[in-house]
Design a protein. Structure first.
Length: 172
């Protein structure tokens, strides 16, 4: 079984839901956060926007050391800028995966901060972890939007806001 086609398929499928979620963020709420320890909607949407680019980074490096290469937070000025960042990273990730070989997915990749190693795993595993991070932060976004009383689109089926569209509330 080939891994690259599965990764490309999963990335494309997750992109559909991610686009839906990013597109409903209200511009006038970008600095809102549900708690002082939480990211703002701007920070969260910017982070979601940058995650696809990690696929290309993983395929072209042996790791990331925050002590050597500090993390520079993206601070997208608008929802459209976060979507553009996402689309650019996604296009790059797709192109990188399409050029990669199955053997390119095997070497270890390490995420660290100096002597502190967070994780060492194969490139394939780190790409999957990146997808998981995307889903995780997209779920955070869903909670933020729910708290702002914004209807949420479904991810892997209809959301509670879409139940009436599919008339699923009365099928019990």
């Amino acid at each position: 079984m080939k891994i690259i086609p599965m990764l490309l398929k999963e990335m494309a499928e997750e992109a559909v839901t991610t686009r839906k979620m990013l597109s409903i963020i209200p511009e006038d709420k970008l600095d809102w956060r549900p708690h002082p320890k939480s990211m703002s909607l701007r920070q969260l949407s910017s982070h979601i926007g940058e995650l696809p680019a990690w696929v290309t980074m993983v395929l072209n490096t042996t790791g990331l050391d925050f002590a050597q290469n500090g993390y520079t937070e993206h601070n997208c000025p608008s929802v459209s800028a976060a979507i553009e960042l996402f689309e650019q990273g996604l296009a790059g990730a797709q192109a990188s995966l399409e050029k990669a070989t199955e053997d390119d997915l095997l070497p270890d990749w390490t995420l660290r901060n100096g002597d502190i190693i967070y994780v060492t795993c194969s490139r394939a595993e780190m790409i999957r972890t990146t997808f998981c991070q995307l889903v995780h932060h997209r779920a955070q976004l869903g909670v933020f939007l729910r708290l702002l009383d914004i209807p949420i689109p479904g991810s892997y089926g209809p959301s509670a806001d879409e139940m009436q569209v599919y008339d699923l509330e009365n099928t019990h």
